[in-house]
Unconditional design. Structure first.
Lengths: 286, 160
């Protein structure tokens, strides 16, 4: 047996799951798609006394339009998001990023709630929740509360949840923009990003009216670059804009290095990907 | 704490009692059911050798607990074809020499089946992208890509 012993509970309601976690008294762990948790269990890096399997809670799996927002249930699989026409039309940057989310066998199992909760600094869905300014609905023993994506990611693999809280849903505001792009480089297609840039812009004649920029793979959490977004609205669009954007991005981020890629290389990648992303965003007809 | 796991594997129904929740689906298939066609490589979701179909979707069986498969329909490499009658994809692997030692092959075949069902696979880039979660240490991938390209072309011909 690879994982250490645990008690297995498979509730069919969120309330029952919260109760099981509360009873576990900090020794419990939530199992969603299991694509990050099972490796940790197999290596015995995680040894929870109780495993609470959410896969029987059917009400947590949905994608729906709610006013000018898209709501996605925490147990929705990556593959469902990849295939969703609603995501393709309303959250195009997310749709473009989904093929980079690991591999088909992992997308078939992995969930958005699990990915976001795992908070890997080089994973697409945490970055996209920040990029879209998503609101996470979190449920615990005292009910539901809302957490902005910007407050959710505390550090690498660390979120702001209490041990008996679960992400139940994410709401993504739809951007009314004219152009966008998602660029990523990984060592092997589908692996965690060495660096990635997401951009979306709304053009107004020769200027950018509104911009959204996020990066990942270069720091302990994904980063939304509000400073760059602000500066983009004050520069004219011309042939130099992609280069200027790359400079803006690299000047406000200092990439981390690790065994997969040096800090210098990641910084270089970031600039190149930023340039490409802006070229593609501006090439789109608004 | 043990549970009963009822699954249908390759069309045969199994009811196994006394399954510990921590037993991985990969070990359940190999050791409890004796279906050793599913290979176990890295055991942490990187190599893809243990990929099986659960209710028609490819999953890494080392990243799923056996108890989670209760009620599911599973297809392993044993369910694709027989040594005498290979299925179409297996035949293409033989035709194009898409294997050498054979260790990664069960995972490659199951992944290939799911890719063929879900993606157009119109270009080699798309095939390589689809196979990126399965490691092979012998072939250099060229012939695996060729086998899947050929299977995709045959499928396209059939549906046109």
């Amino acid at each position: 047996m690879k994982p250490a012993k645990f008690d297995y509970i498979a509730p069919t309601t969120v309330d029952a799951a919260i109760e099981a976690l509360s009873t576990a008294n900090g020794e419990g762990k939530v199992l969603a798609g299991g694509q990050s948790l099972l490796p940790l269990l197999n290596f015995r890096m995680a040894r929870p006394a109780v495993l609470v399997d959410l896969n029987g809670i059917k009400e947590l799996s949905f994608i729906k339009l709610r006013g000018d927002r898209i709501a996605i249930g925490a147990l929705t699989r990556h593959r469902e998001i990849e295939q969703s026409p609603l995501i393709a039309s309303k959250l195009p940057v997310m749709a473009a990023a989904m093929r980079h989310v690991a591999h088909l066998a992992i997308r078939n199992r992995g969930t958005i709630g699990g990915s976001v909760s795992h908070a890997d600094p080089a994973a697409e869905l945490p970055m996209l929740s920040l990029f879209y300014d998503a609101t996470l609905s979190v449920q615990g023993p005292s009910g539901r509360r809302s957490v902005a994506a910007e407050d959710f990611f505390v550090d690498a693999l660390t979120n702001c949840l209490e041990p008996d809280e679960i992400v139940v849903e994410l709401e993504f505001p739809v951007l009314q923009h004219s152009g966008w792009a998602f660029e990523e480089v990984a060592r092997r297609f589908g692996d965690f990003a060495l660096a990635s840039v997401a951009v979306s812009v709304r053009r107004k004649s020769s200027t950018i009216d509104d911009a959204r920029v996020a990066v990942m793979g270069v720091a302990d959490t994904p980063l939304r670059l509000r400073q760059v977004e602000g500066k983009l609205t004050s520069i004219a669009i011309d042939g130099q804009t992609p280069d200027r954007f790359a400079e803006l991005v690299t000047s406000c981020v200092s990439a981390n290095g690790d065994l997969h890629a040096s800090a210098e290389y990641r910084q270089h990648l970031l600039g190149q990907l930023a340039k490409r992303a802006m070229q593609a965003s501006l090439a789109a007809k608004g | 704490m043990t549970a009963t796991v009822s699954v249908t594997v390759n069309g045969t129904k199994y009811d196994e009692s006394d399954v510990e929740p921590r037993l991985l689906l990969s070990d359940f298939l190999r050791e409890t059911l004796g279906l050793t066609g599913t290979h176990v490589g890295c055991e942490h979701g990187v190599c893809g050798a243990c990929t099986v179909l659960v209710n028609g979707d490819s999953v890494r069986s080392c990243l799923m607990l056996a108890v989670q498969a209760n009620g599911a329909e599973i297809t392993t490499v044993e369910g694709l074809g027989t040594p005498d009658v290979l299925n179409e994809l297996q035949a293409q692997f033989r035709e194009h020499h898409g294997l050498q030692c054979g260790f990664c092959t069960p995972g490659m075949l199951i992944t290939g089946e799911d890719l063929l069902r879900k993606y157009p696979l119109a270009t080699d880039d798309e095939i390589r992208e689809g196979l990126s979660g399965n490691l092979c240490r012998c072939t250099g991938y060229q012939n695996i890509v060729a086998a899947i390209r050929s299977a995709a072309a045959m499928r396209a011909e059939k549906t046109s």
